[in-house]
Design a protein around this ligand. Structure first.
Ligand SMILES: C[S@@+](CC[C@H](N)C(=O)[O-])C[C@H]1O[C@@H](n2cnc3c(N)ncnc32)[C@H](O)[C@@H]1O
Length: 217
């Protein structure tokens, strides 16, 4: 894969990737909203789960621990971050499939997974690529099954909007504009999902994280 051709690394610069877990837990309180994602799918007892843009696999590992009998796959476009994920998975003695691939062309059959999650990945993509990714996610999800996403949403206050400039400086103004305007739910609807609902919008030190649940009809 051509380096950086189609994805932005977790903290934009490869040399920052090694600090990702520390920064995300320190400044974004990731445990709280990642637990919310798990709680929103816990009743569905999924067997095959996919984490799109899994990064260092924190959420992927949480999913596998919650549903030990199930199979979990994490995909990401960045081999460096997948190496960190692989190390964490081995240390936790878990069995998770990691795949280096991009979200626009998922290497899975139609209707394959019974839960898809994605956290802080969509804001790395242009609106066109967000749509391509959402279409791929609905394709690989089984009918009646859930897609839950956590990503930057409309700021809860003016103060949080100002803090979000830090994210925009790092990740880019154009690609984060639809997040800032709170357009993710309508983009998810446009891709064909139903029962699209913002479960919570959580203020953090860098912006508001919106947890959105949806279903393939
Ligand atoms: C901010 S990190 C989030 C990682 C993890 N999901 C989390 O919540 O901590 C975004 C991740 O998305 C990946 N990514 C960005 N664009 C991608 C794409 N088009 N396909 C696959 N992965 C992508 C990056 O490599 C990075 O690991």
């Amino acid at each position: 894969m051509k380096k950086n051709a189609k994805y932005i690394p977790a903290l934009r610069f490869n040399w920052l990737t090694r600090f990702y877990d520390f920064l995300i837990s320190k400044f974004l309180g990731e445990k709280k909203w990642k637990e919310l994602i798990i709680a929103s799918v816990v009743n569905h007892r999924p067997e095959k789960k996919l984490d799109v843009g899994c990064g260092t696999a924190t959420l992927t590992i949480m999913l596998q621990k919650e549903f030990l009998a199930a199979s979990v796959t994490g995909i990401d476009g960045d081999s460096k971050i997948l190496a960190i994920a692989d190390k964490k998975i081995k240390e936790a003695e878990l069995n998770i499939n990691l795949k280096e691939t991009l979200s626009f062309n998922l290497p899975f059959a139609d209707d394959h997974f019974d839960v898809v999650v994605s956290s802080l990945m969509l804001h790395h993509l242009s609106d066109e690529d967000k749509q391509k990714t959402l279409h791929e996610i609905i394709r690989v999800l089984r009918p009646g099954c859930h897609f839950v996403v956590a990503d930057w949403g409309k700021p809860n206050s003016i103060f949080i909007r100002w803090l979000f400039y830090i994210v925009q400086l790092l990740d880019g103004f154009a690609i984060t504009k639809s997040n800032l305007k709170g357009l993710l739910p309508s983009m998810i609807i446009d891709a064909g999902f139903v029962a699209v609902k913002e479960l919570q919008r959580i203020p953090t030190m860098l912006g508001s994280i919106s947890i959105i649940s949806s279903k393939k009809p």
